[in-house]
Ligand binder design. Structure first.
Ligand code: PLP
Length: 267
């Protein structure tokens, strides 16, 4: 990690022991803060944004014309050499910082060994090795079963399918304000911006967006706890399908560990 951070915790401790003055701190900001070399967007970024307008689907919605080229740690450099600080860790998925050397090496090693995988068709040791590690830190009681997806929307689709499969119920409720993705099933649950759904109706059947705030739903009141769930509502707030359904409907076949059945549940 130390190769990515410009100051180690040890350096910072030393600084405070030595009494870092506001003047020294502002020098550090100049050294470590963003570094802009051009007006934004710069000339190279402008050209790429224009090409993008011409060639790329307008379904990609961008908030501002930043054209990222490289990243190290918290710092992202654009195509004009402007440097920004990424306090969002990518889209909250890059907690090791951009291009952490160990992450880069793992990707390079894997690409050189086997670049195609298809977990729906074959077995791979990496899948079970990672599952063991995830199981060791998973906050819910085990035993655990893992599914690997390519994206957030795919994880949401999986949660919808799991909830329906395991409960035998159909209806799924999500909440206004929540974003769950843009694929058809996940979009049916998304309720954050009207334009995300406009002209894509109808939604996946039996999905409803409710005005109940998410927190209220996540922490049921005593009255809600005592209420029996609706027989047709799957207990999934999209991403939170329970690994232990409280009751299994009679019409489901008995549980089996047969690979073909497990496959039918997730494909
Ligand atoms: C909470 C949440 N769910 C789902 C998604 C969809 O993820 P993806 O864009 O990887 O499909 C996102 C993406 O921002 C998200 O923030």
């Amino acid at each position: 990690m130390s190769t990515l951070t410009e100051k180690t915790p040890e350096d910072l401790k030393q600084n405070s022991a030595q009494g870092v003055t506001p003047a020294i701190r502002s020098m550090h900001y100049a050294e470590f803060g963003p570094k802009l070399k051009t007006a934004l967007p710069g000339p190279n970024a402008k050209k790429i944004v224009a090409d993008d307008d011409r060639l790329i689907s307008p379904s990609y919605t961008r908030s501002y014309p930043m054209v990222a080229k490289s990243g190290r740690g918290i710092r992202v450099t654009d195509v004009d050499g402007n440097e920004f600080l990424d306090f969002a860790a990518g889209i909250a998925v890059n907690s090791t910082g951009h291009c952490h050397p160990e992450v880069v090496k793992a990707i390079q090693d894997q690409a050189a060994e086997l670049i195609h995988m298809s977990g729906t068709d074959f077995y791979y040791q990496n899948m079970t090795t990672l599952a063991e590690r995830l199981s060791a830190i998973a906050p819910m009681p085990g035993p655990h079963k893992f599914y690997y997806g390519n994206s957030g929307a795919e994880a949401v689709e999986c949660a919808m399918k799991l909830a329906r499969y395991h409960t035998g119920r159909q209806n799924i409720i999500s909440f206004f304000g929540a974003f769950h993705g843009r694929t058809m099933g996940a979009l049916s649950l998304t309720g954050s911006k009207p334009q995300q759904k406009r002209r894509f109706a109808p939604s996946s059947p039996a999905s409803t967006t409710s005005a109940i705030p998410m927190l209220t739903a996540a922490v049921p009141t005593a009255r809600q706890k005592s209420r029996k769930p609706s027989p047709s509502t799957a207990p999934a707030t999209s991403k939170t399908a329970s690994s232990r359904p409280s009751s299994r409907p009679k019409r489901l076949p008995p549980s089996s560990s047969s690979p073909s059945r497990a496959k039918a549940a997730t494909s």
